[in-house]
Design a protein around this ligand. Sequence first.
Ligand code: TXA
Ligand code: MG
Length: 327
Amino acid sequence: MDTKILLPNNETYKEAREIIRSGGIVAFPTETVYGLGADAENSEAIKKIFIAKGRPQDNPLIVHISKKEDFFKVGKNITNICKALMDFMPGPITLIVDKNENISKEATAGLDTVGIRIPENKIARDFIESTGKFIAAPSANTSSRPSPTTAKHVYEDMNGKIPLIIDGGSCDIGIESTVVDTRGDKARIHRPGRITFEMIEEKLGKGNVEIAKLGEKAISPGMKYKHYAPKCAMELHFRKETALDACNRLKNEGRRPILIALDKYIEFDPHIAMGKNSVDYANRLFDSLRDAEKQSDYIIAIAPDDDEVGRSVLNRIEKSCGGNIVK
Ligand code: TXA
Ligand code: MG
């Protein structure tokens, strides 16, 4: 199959609509990362997503909608906590609620719950709107690879596997949405993101939000899998000194290390400068991993600053390096 990359315009949306309505897959940009979308009510279409990604069968997809009124057509038993958190929509947040019957069981991997998201990105919403469907979509990478933040990243992983990528340039945020279970007495954060614990706590009041721990039965199935891994070795450091030592030692051993760090720590070549703060770091993280693996055989990353967004970024980096951490 030929994979087209098209800019967003009426003709592209028309083509996307035809693909989705005939049970196919379209990759589309959002403000977080690119998604791999199919009709959330069509089981056969959903199965194609799992095949294209090589995604484990028990990992549910998020259902994307373009407007709040559709929330109640996809989910039910909406709690007051959920209603309050809907104030963050459209935006980089996914709310878990009980699922309506119309949503395919394949999309939610057999769960009775569904994660719902309204992207802030206008292209994403125009695409969804033009299909007239609810769009089930995971990130548009091959399973276990870094998430895609440009159309080129999607092409690297999906060339020949899907018919169309809508090119919306690079994603503003760069890490995936915050996933929050809204069904209980407290909001539970399953995956940290740009909408932070503090922002949610401010909305709901102190004591009304908690962070789900890995290993808990109720945690998002997706959190247990290998994630965001570059093709080369990778090590995470918290101090500039140990990171620079590692770079120099590897270089002396004949390896080809590369340093990934905030601008203020860049004292080694080659390197990828991650900007001035955690927001910059989030924005560049996945692109930097895909870039680094092409030019080096060992990534030495220095953690972002220890702030709210920095901790969401750190969550991804810890998974990227597979627990290879120098404290
Ligand atoms: O920003 C994002 O969320 C992007 C864009 C494309 O919207 N999507 C994304 O999808 O990151 P994915 O499939 O890569 O990650 C979805 C995460 C997984 O960890 C999955 O287990 C969890 O959300 N999830 C989805 N539905 C769930 C449910 N009903 N219950 C618990 N966890 C759920
Ligand atoms: Mg993903």
